[in-house]
Design a protein around this ligand. Structure first.
Ligand SMILES: Cc1cc2nc3c(=O)[nH]c(=O)nc-3n(C[C@H](O)[C@H](O)[C@H](O)COP(=O)(O)O)c2cc1C
Length: 301
């Protein structure tokens, strides 16, 4: 009922761990697969060189979600081979998330991750809090096209492009990625946001601005999925504020073929993937559907 095929990958259920949550170590990724029940796992975004990330505080909880600015803290790709080997022991597809400050870095790191044995690459052109990396390449279709093209030349495994709702025209960016050879679109990453401490009269986060995630992001992400799925023929993966099976169902109805879950891991624990899968199955049974694919895009009619 829940098994899906996504750009050639077989997932036992359509829930995936979103990048950046529990994804820095192979052991944590494996645990999300084995104990958590995720259908696939995405690593923390990995770059060409190690990064310490932004100063504390890096996360603030607000009504309906989080604002975070971790700053792409990661050990660099050369240190990540062993983590992938451990993550793969989880027995589900492992997606390597890659970011860069230029096209060459994206291509080099993606190729290395392919060599480490990941099952797919997700290009992070969505992360909004580090100057000319991540979302810098996702704001406009020309840059997005070039990133995907350069990586496509070096990588033969499935390639996902993760987009940002901060883009001027997210549908145009999605179409550019499809045209450049992406096999799926992930929509979306966190949205630029901030919080101010009224006692100190200063921004709360060390980086001043951060990325909005969690329930309050859901309506924006859902709108992006709906608009993108109408215009591209490659699969769309929904991401943004998915906490319950009902949330996931909304994304399927909008046209998503799978969903990624990040912030909700904090609220429902590591088994959120198992819980959301069960809730999706309950919805399908209640409504008389035999398989999750039957509801994909129904809201498009
Ligand atoms: C603490 C934290 C770290 C994140 N790090 C990354 C990252 O390294 N790469 C990336 O593509 N997205 C990153 N994200 C964005 C998530 O993958 C996801 O797109 C976003 O949080 C929306 O989904 P959610 O509402 O389910 O969390 C991060 C999000 C959070 C909350």
């Amino acid at each position: 009922m829940l098994e899906v095929e996504l750009a050639g990958l077989k997932l036992a259920n359509p829930t995936m761990l979103a990048s950046g949550i529990l994804g820095t170590s192979g052991a944590a990724l494996k645990r999300v697969a084995v104990s958590g029940g995720a259908g696939a796992i995405v690593t923390k975004s990995i770059g060409a060189t190690p990064r310490e990330g932004h100063p504390n505080p890096t996360v603030v909880e607000i009504d309906g979600g989080l604002i975070s600015a971790i700053g792409l803290a990661n050990p660099g790709y050369e240190e990540f081979r062993e983590e992938i080997a451990v993550a793969k022991e989880g027995g589900v597809p492992v997606v390597g998330s890659v970011y860069g400050f230029n096209f060459q870095e994206y291509a080099m790191v993606a190729e290395a991750m392919q060599g480490y044995g990941v099952d797919a690459i997700e290009l992070n052109i969505s992360y909004p809090n580090v100057g000319k990396a991540g979302a810098f390449f996702g704001y406009r279709e020309e840059l997005a096209h070039e990133v995907v093209s350069e990586v496509r030349k070096r990588v033969s495994i499935p390639l996902f492009a993760k987009l940002t709702a901060n883009a001027g025209d997210v549908v145009a960016v999605a179409k550019a990625c499809e045209d450049a050879g992406a096999d799926a679109i992930t929509a979306t990453g966190a949205l630029r946001a901030m919080a101010i401490d009224v006692t100190t009269a200063k921004p709360v986060l060390g980086n001043r601005v951060g990325g909005l995630s969690g329930a309050c992001l859901k309506p924006v992400a859902l709108r992006c999925v709906y608009e993108i799925a109408e215009e591209v023929s490659i699969p769309v993966i929904g991401c943004g504020g998915i906490t319950t099976g009902r949330d996931a169902v909304e994304f399927f109805l909008a046209g998503a073929r799978a969903v990624q879950i990040g912030t909700a891991v904090l609220y429902r624990g590591i088994t959120v993937f198992r819980k959301v899968s069960r809730e999706i199955a309950e919805y399908l049974e209640e409504q008389g559907y035999g398989h999750v694919s039957e509801i994909v895009g129904l809201a498009q009619r």
